[in-house]
Ligand binder design. Structure first.
Ligand code: NAP
Length: 262
């Protein structure tokens, strides 16, 4: 299927690794020019080189910076001649007990997982509407639908974003101008973050990492973790010209982990 995205410009945030990188790969393979961001320079430039090899005709602009800050967002926006596609992403907040979190921890989680994506949508969606095409994909988490006890910061901050997006996506001035806003909710995907979280859980439990990794894998009905490539493919489809009638949705990608009917 031709996704009809040749020559568009995407800003893919937090994309040197993991799910953001999967989205950048899938978009670049469709002929989309990308600005990719991350804080660490080495992985960012390695990923940019990989993307250029994948699609030599496409422009890839790596921008180093923290997307949760105003400066990081300004640099990312400046690097793109226009933003037709916005993929919002940032690192997830640390696990813990809410009794240990103060205002500082909550503000950091809100900045990363709610306010940064809202600021980037504010900076881009009206121009998308003027041009008559726009796609926003927010990477949130399965924790929005089924909260994870130790990830209270994520459960809370991402639910705030989800509520906001539900309203924004339904504004006729966006929806009627071919601008869609959707959220992708990852369940367990085999990325650095999942490995780090599993390692930390293994240490807490005094068990080998492989045993906790396998136990978690077997708890997924698909009996495996998702891959960044399949996450990217879902993102690219949502960004495609074929998905213009899909907006305000929360798509769970979790191998059947969520136990509810709806
Ligand atoms: P990952 O493999 O650790 O990759 C995170 C990427 O984001 C890296 O490129 C990282 O580069 C970049 N990044 C992190 N914080 C950033 C910031 N403040 N500014 C700019 N770039 C930043 O993580 P992932 O598994 O892909 O997760 C992506 C998001 O999905 C996270 O919010 C995570 O909580 C959520 N999620 C993941 C899963 C899963 O199973 N993997 C499940 C549910 C939700 P630098 O560190 O160099 O900046």
């Amino acid at each position: 299927m031709d996704l009809g995205l040749q020559g568009k410009w995407a800003l893919v945030c937090a994309a040197s690794k993991g799910l953001g990188k999967g989205c950048a790969q899938a978009l670049v393979a469709e002929g989309v020019n990308v600005v990719i961001t991350a804080r660490g320079l080495e992985a960012l430039h390695e990923t940019a080189a990989e993307l250029r090899r994948l699609a030599p005709g496409v422009e890839v602009r790596p921008v180093a910076g923290d997307i949760t800050t105003e400066e990081g967002r300004a640099a990312a926006l400046e690097a793109a001649p226009q933003v037709d596609i916005l993929v919002n992403n940032a690192g997830g907040p640390p696990p813990g007990d809410f009794r240990d979190w103060g205002r500082e921890e909550w503000i950091a989680a809100l900045d990363a997982n709610m306010l940064a994506p809202i600021a980037l949508m504010k900076a881009t969606v009206d121009a998308m509407a003027q041009r008559g095409f726009g796609r926003v994909v927010n990477i949130t988490s399965g924790a929005v639908k089924a909260p994870i006890d130790t990830l209270g910061l994520s459960n809370g901050a991402r639910s705030g974003l989800t509520g906001f997006v539900a309203g924004l996506a339904r504004q006729p001035r966006l929806a009627s101008r071919n601008v869609t806003v959707n959220n992708l909710l990852p369940g367990p995907f085999a990325t650095d973050r999942l490995r780090k979280n599993t390692q930390a859980a293994a240490e807490r439990q005094g068990r080998p990492m492989e045993s906790v990794w396998d136990q978690r894998r077997l708890a997924v009905p698909a009996q495996r973790y998702g891959t960044p490539e399949e996450f990217g493919a879902a993102c690219a489809f949502l960004c495609s010209v074929h998905a213009g009638f899909i907006t305000g949705q929360n798509w769970l990608l979790d191998g059947g982990s969520y136990p509810g009917t709806f």
